[in-house]
Design a protein around this ligand. Structure first.
Ligand SMILES: O=C(O)CCC(=O)C(=O)O
Ligand SMILES: [Fe+2]
Length: 342
């Protein structure tokens, strides 16, 4: 690894959603301030209990404990659904993240991609119930961001309706593999530096499983935040870490900041080397959504175009490998077909 990472403490605001209906304006002010500055904040008193969060993590661990050949029965597709392993090449690193993840959606993109009850009893039912709870929290945040930008209150909520077949919202279960504490000459990335392409991301982490780091101020730093000064975001029980994605950044004419972040591969004293589980919920507008900010800074794009472009940037290597193997784009493959060569 290159020299020591530079760290600085930055304030990541904690915003409470208690008594939401009576506090919308003050919550909006706090969210807008966080969105315009650090781009990250934590949400507390959001109404999802720690027992429910723990149960979802337990379900996630049961899925990842299955043999790869079984997980390959629900393989990743270019519609951003299904299981992948070592297949996401971040533009910042050019190397696959050392992780596996299972993308779950609400709509038709998920057809045939739910792991069978025979492998993880109650998986689909439990995951969907949890996804709807996280969606409810997301909708409160969307109301505030719409109000903050001068849109009608229901503007973002309507286009992120997860009841529609063309919904693109994703809950991503993540498992970063334990890594060797003694350097073995290989370079690992847990999640290479990136900004999310989502509208808004809500992230659940496990206390003790550190690694998330942020690097705000994307205009003033080097491309991809490389060599820059990072801030650790330590997991705390029950809170949800939220960040603005590229989509909300462009939809707000760059007023709200989509911040670089990463899950650092452990390499320095104090880093966490064990298995790391997290759950990220990416709000994505339905495919036919017309996206443009109030000041029309950027040309109109549809929700479908936005996702397609982001997938191309992040999974080009996977696509190339599939093409070389003569596989169709959406065709489901075996375990090997969905692993990028590392
Ligand atoms: O696993 C985490 O804590 C963060 C994951 C993340 O940033 C992502 O998947 O976009
Ligand atoms: Fe991310």
């Amino acid at each position: 690894m290159a020299g020591q990472t530079k760290y600085v403490d930055r304030q990541i605001p904690a915003i409470s959603l208690h008594d939401f209906p009576n506090r919308i304006d003050s919550i909006t002010a706090a969210l807008v301030h966080a969105a315009e500055n650090v781009g990250f904040f934590s949400i507390v008193n959001h109404g999802i209990g720690t027992a429910d969060i723990d149960a979802m993590f337990a379900t996630s661990a049961s899925f990842f404990a299955l043999p790869d050949a079984t997980k390959a029965s629900v393989p990743f597709t270019t519609l951003n659904a299904g299981w992948e392993k070592n297949a996401q090449v971040r533009p910042s690193t050019g190397q696959p993240d050392t992780k596996e993840s299972y993308q779950l959606q609400f709509g038709r993109n998920m057809a045939g991609l739910w792991i069978d009850d025979a492998h993880v009893p109650g998986f689909e039912r439990g995951a969907k119930a949890f996804m709807h709870r996280v969606q409810q929290v997301s909708e409160r945040l969307m109301l505030c961001f719409a109000r903050g930008l001068g849109f009608p209150d229901d503007y973002f909520v309507k286009v992120h309706d997860v009841g529609r077949a063309n919904s693109q919202t994703v809950m991503r279960l993540l498992h970063y593999f334990a890594l060797p504490e003694v350097a073995d000459g290989k370079i690992y990335h847990r999640a290479g530096a990136h900004a999310d392409w989502s509208f808004l991301t809500l992230l659940f982490q496990r206390p003790g499983q550190s690694g998330l780091e942020i690097c705000p101020g994307r205009e003033s730093v080097s491309e991809f935040g490389l060599g820059d000064t990072w801030t650790k975001v330590e997991p705390t029980a029950g809170s949800i870490i939220c960040n603005i994605g590229d989509l909300l950044m462009s939809w707000s004419d760059d007023r709200f900041k989509s911040t670089f972040h990463r899950v650092k591969a452990p390499c320095e004293p104090g880093d966490y080397y064990g298995d790391r589980y997290s759950i990220a919920f990416f709000n994505q507008p339905a495919t036919d959504t017309i996206i443009q900010g109030p000041k029309k800074k950027y040309p109109v794009v549809t929700g479908e175009q936005f996702t397609r472009e982001a997938m191309r940037r992040n999974f080009a290597a996977l696509e190339a490998k599939r093409a070389a193997m003569g596989k169709g784009k959406e065709e489901t493959g075996n375990g090997n077909a969905i692993e990028a060569s590392a």
